[in-house]
Design a protein. Structure first.
Length: 461
């Protein structure tokens, strides 16, 4: 008789297992009477014998008629497959009942498959807390540890809740332990294999998978390594995008964007604008902005600004046309107007930009702040009355100090900008004093613009 999968499974079960399985069939699959009768007939035979000897009897027990042709024989083997499926379900269910960690891991995976993120995260948090205080007794116990660590990672990376660094360190330690133990065990096995068999172990020179390469590039970016070649890594990211899962790719894009924007703010130069624009284009090409179905006014204008500073007006206008439907409807008109004003300003059309800004009165906070900043810059470029500009600076500062929901970094950057602009407008301080003050601020918005205005600055005599 050919290899029989049901025989292989049932011969591994002892008498108690078989009896419990029979009860399981009668309780949960009572309507499958053919399968039940065939199984009951099987348990009366020696399962280790050649089943070919009692195939006719099994068919008679299940189908209540003699076995006479190949079709009937095929029906019996289909019943074997059905019994095997039920036996696997039974053993899996019992295993989960007896192994609570595997049961917890299974529930987390089930909740994840159902997209019940709150249930998955709560279960992952509980599982990780429990398992991180236990000690594995062998490398074979690591699957639930790995699952606990993996889903806790998802819990952290996909959640908006605040994470304490101690929890992150715990997770990192567990992942490091899993990798180290499995890696050492494999290395020991390979060395043992090499000595016992007296042959050379095969070399492992396969290229790293795209996921690993992208993560390594991202780590280099975040570590601010001087040797980081943005163009090279960005090109590689573009080439491997099709081999990456969409959510993973979007998360990587978000990390690159946020890091480059932070670097732009802190480096006080426009040197990152081209890189930011390239990532924005890559993000748009890969559905990044479409993923959530919406885009904030601040991010929308930031994309337009980076494109305009990179002298890519064509793409900027294309982005506005294609992505404006993602803006909150209540802020659509003001955001589009501000985007148009930004483009006009960067092209040196200050009166046109000023006219657009004067026609709108934004309600969204980032738009409101952006309008105030651009109005001040337009007035300065057009040579408006210093007294008028200084009055606007004073009013803007008072507004900022009333808006308690502006984060501290943004507030600091804006106030420092207004301070330097006030010095430039008043023309009472020396260029050296203003330069020293400008460079003393760790955080300041529009540093390159202020630097350029200072270069042309002349103190009033």
């Amino acid at each position: 008789m050919k290899k029989n999968a049901l025989k292989n499974l049932l011969t591994r079960m002892d008498a108690s297992d078989l009896k419990q399985f029979e009860h399981y069939l009668l309780a949960l699959h009572a309507h499958k009477f053919i399968a039940i009768r065939v199984f009951q007939a099987l348990t009366k035979e020696n399962l280790h014998d050649d089943w070919e000897n009692f195939i006719p009897g099994l068919y008679m027990a299940g189908f209540s008629q003699p076995l006479e042709n190949k079709t009937q024989r095929k029906n019996l083997f289909n019943t074997f497959s059905e019994i095997r499926k039920y036996a696997k379900d039974f053993l899996s269910h019992r295993f989960l009942q007896e192994n609570r960690w595997q049961a917890k891991a299974f529930w987390i995976q089930f909740a994840d498959a159902q997209q019940w993120q709150d249930e998955r995260d709560a279960a992952a948090d509980e599982f990780f807390s429990e398992i991180s205080h236990a000690t594995p007794k062998s490398h074979l116990e690591f699957p639930p540890y790995a699952l606990a660590a993996f889903y806790q990672y998802l819990n952290y990376s996909e959640s908006d809740k605040k994470i304490d660094f101690l929890s992150i360190q715990q997770l990192s330690n567990l992942l490091t332990s899993i990798y180290t133990i499995l890696h050492l065990k494999l290395k020991i096995e390979m060395l043992n294999y090499k000595r016992v068999e007296n042959i050379q172990t095969p070399g492992f020179n396969h290229p790293a998978p795209p996921v690993l390469q992208v993560l390594q590039s991202t780590l280099e970016l975040l570590e601010n390594k001087d040797s980081f070649d943005f163009e090279k890594h960005h090109q590689h990211l573009r080439q491997t995008a099709g081999e990456l899962e969409a959510n993973f790719l979007h998360n990587i894009i978000r990390i690159w964007k946020n890091h480059l924007i932070r670097k732009q703010r802190r480096d006080k130069f426009d040197s990152q604008m081209h890189a930011i624009h390239q990532i924005n284009k890559f993000a748009a090409d890969n559905g990044f902005f479409l993923k959530s179905g919406r885009i904030s006014p601040a991010e929308f204008i930031g994309v337009v600004n980076a494109a305009t500073k990179s002298k890519d007006k064509t793409w900027s206008l294309h982005f506005i046309k294609q992505s404006q439907t993602l803006l909150p409807p209540e802020y659509l008109e003001e955001t589009l107007a501000l985007s148009n004003a930004v483009i006009n300003y960067e092209e040196g059309k200050y009166p046109d930009a000023y006219a657009i800004l004067m026609r709108i009165n934004p309600e969204e906070i980032s738009n409101l702040l952006r309008r105030r900043i651009e109005l001040l810059r337009c007035k300065y470029e057009m040579g408006e009355s210093p007294d008028e500009i200084k009055a606007d600076i004073k009013n803007f500062k008072e507004l900022l100090l009333r808006k308690h929901f502006i984060n501290k970094e943004t507030l600091s950057g804006l106030l420092n900008f207004l301070e330097i602009l006030n010095f430039l407008t008043g023309r009472s301080k020396s260029k050296a004093i203003i330069s020293e003050k400008l460079n003393s601020h760790e955080i300041i918005i529009l540093y390159p613009w202020l630097r350029d205005k200072l270069a042309a600055y002349k103190q009033r005599k």
